[in-house]
Design a protein around this ligand. Structure first.
Ligand SMILES: Cc1cc2nc3c(=O)[nH]c(=O)nc-3n(C[C@H](O)[C@H](O)[C@H](O)COP(=O)(O)O)c2cc1C
Length: 256
């Protein structure tokens, strides 16, 4: 399929056929991921494939029992990974200096760019994908399950398989609201109204508001879907993970 067409036709797939993904297609997905740009050509990420039924059950539990984890034939977890690069440095008389937050960001950015390439390659071959956002909430549990060493943190997860549904395309904000020209043009109240008008007028938006006994769609996000306490609690957990995995050593004395 033409790649631009694939990109413009994207929709998340949450129901999958019980059909395995052919090795050739998986290899294309990996190679597309590996072909992505990476910081300094370092490729500081890894991909962890889950297919084994027992491991799938464990992942299902960890990812808040989201059904895609059991149904999809394949799950890929993308890992920010400085472990391999650090070991290479040590074996080549170079002192690794990647035990800091910026190095985590570097590795996470590499991993995320590779993940999106993998998604496009999957969709281009007639497969469907779903990102699984609980990967960052549950990073600590995934580190235990996958036995990840220091320098490795899961940052993205996707389920892959043959689609067993054809959901409609979901809404997007208008181009005008998303793109700035030369300098950032801050949003007036009128521009905010315009940007969110279409989203707010969708029938499912009215449904969400009613179901949750709220007044606005924005409140569905702030009060129900992504509330403050949840964000703060998961932030603390993730920062602990970064400490434990050795990415928060900012002491020049110790780090140098
Ligand atoms: C980082 C990220 C995490 C996501 N996590 C989940 C998830 O845990 N469960 C889920 O069903 N969908 C998840 N999604 C899918 C989004 O809900 C979906 O992309 C969004 O609603 C837009 O729909 P579309 O992809 O069909 O256009 C995630 C998407 C992203 C990019």
């Amino acid at each position: 399929m033409e790649t631009l067409h694939t990109l413009l036709e994207h929709r998340t797939i949450r129901k999958y056929k019980r059909k395995p993904v052919e090795k050739k297609k998986m290899d294309n997905i990996y190679n597309a991921a590996f072909r992505a740009s990476t910081t300094g050509g370092m490729q500081v990420y890894s991909i962890l494939k889950t297919e084994d039924p027992e491991m799938k059950k464990a992942l299902h539990e960890i990812h808040f029992k989201q059904p895609m984890l059991l149904e999809a034939p394949v799950t890929l977890t993308f890992l920010a990974d400085f472990n391999r690069f650090n070991k290479w440095c040590e074996q080549r008389q170079a002192t690794p200096c990647y035990d800091n937050f910026m190095s985590f960001m570097t590795a996470a950015i590499d991993a995320l760019i590779a993940a999106q390439n993998a998604c496009v390659a999957a969709e281009d071959q007639g497969l469907g994908i779903c990102y699984i956002g609980t990967v960052t909430y549950q990073a600590k549990k995934l580190i235990e399950l996958f036995e990840l060493p220091k320098g490795v943190v899961p940052v993205a997860c996707i389920t892959i398989g043959y689609p067993d549904e054809t959901p409609p395309k979901t809404d997007r904000l208008p181009m005008n609201a998303m793109v700035h020209h030369e300098k950032y043009r801050d949003y007036s109240p009128g521009m905010i109204n315009e940007a969110y008008q279409e989203k707010e007028n969708l029938p499912e938006s009215a449904q969400f508001i009613k179901e949750n006994n709220l007044e606005t769609l924005a409140q569905v996000f702030t009060n129900v879907r992504y509330p403050k306490k949840m964000n703060v609690d998961f932030s603390k957990l993730f920062l602990d993970v970064l400490h434990e995995q050795g990415f928060m050593n900012h002491d020049m004395e110790e780090g140098s």
